[in-house]
Write a new protein. Structure first.
Length: 274
């Protein structure tokens, strides 16, 4: 079973019908993946998801209002995290690891603080802390104005030929699933999610209390040239957290984990198996 072929399942919890897919072995601590701004299950890179699922149970899902999950998309990171916790608990899981990319990395921080017994380890890729630096609307606007064949090329990757080549390979992988794909998201998703991200970064966290409250081991991965959430965010998280490791990938943008999928998976496995 792969991300491209896994059956989409549904789970009713808290008045919401969540869409999700399971991959990997039946035993071990599950790794739950939480997606980026406007992203669905089919926006993940199969090269990352399938490789991670070779050695551990893995769950991708659409949070409330995303893809074929029902309900209205919340406009705060805190409510999105609460919905994710509802979904995880409804699966009957006692403890999980988290991989949060971008907006998903913000949810992971809240979940680690609010549900410490549920969350064992977290991986935060391309995200920002509460009160962090963001340029979401400007970067997204510039990416759409670039007129690229896929907006993710200027959005997730640097202008260098090596990065763009990796970006084209990622887009080909991410569009490989042809059956039962999630529908594209619209303004009903992008507008509340943008409000949530901007609000999260505008909420100054004096003393970095959220970061300092995260006790779980954390792997922070970031692109060297992420224009949406500059790499200073990753360093801020690394310095404030009790037990964090930081990796910056060279010549890479917001989608660094998709530019270096094999390297990223190797780093994740080493961290999760420690």
């Amino acid at each position: 079973m792969t991300l491209e072929t896994a059956t989409t399942e549904h789970l009713d919890a808290g008045g919401i019908r969540y869409a999700y897919r399971r991959l990997g072995p039946a035993t071990g601590t599950p790794l739950v993946l939480m997606q980026h701004f406007t992203g669905t299950m089919d926006a993940w890179d199969p090269a990352v998801v399938n490789a991670l699922a070779e050695t551990r149970p893995l769950i991708v899902f659409n949070n409330r209002g995303i893809g074929t999950s029902t309900g209205a998309t919340p406009d705060t990171v805190e409510q999105m995290a609460a919905d994710a916790a509802t979904f995880i608990r409804a699966l009957g899981l006692a403890q999980v690891d988290l991989l949060g990319f971008s907006l998903g990395g913000m949810l992971a921080q809240v979940l680690a603080v609010e549900h410490p017994a549920l969350i064992r380890r977290i991986i935060i890729a391309g995200a920002a802390p509460r009160g962090g630096e963001e340029h979401l609307l400007a970067v997204v606007g510039e990416a759409f104005a670039a007129g690229a064949p896929d907006v993710r090329l200027p959005l997730f990757f640097t202008p260098s030929e090596n990065s763009q080549r990796a970006g084209r390979a990622f887009v080909a992988r991410a569009t490989a699933r042809t059956q039962d794909r999630d529908p594209d998201t619209g303004d009903d998703v992008s507008e509340p999610q943008a409000k949530a991200i901007i609000g999260w970064c505008a909420a100054k966290d004096e003393g970095e209390t959220t970061l300092r409250a995260i006790a779980q081991p954390t792997l922070i991965v970031h692109g060297s040239d992420d224009t949406m959430f500059p790499s200073i965010n990753a360093y801020t998280m690394f310095k404030a957290m009790r037990d964090a490791q930081l990796i910056l990938y060279p010549d890479s943008g917001h989608g660094a984990l998709f530019q270096y999928p094999a390297t990223f998976v190797a780093h994740c496995r080493t961290f999760l198996d420690a």
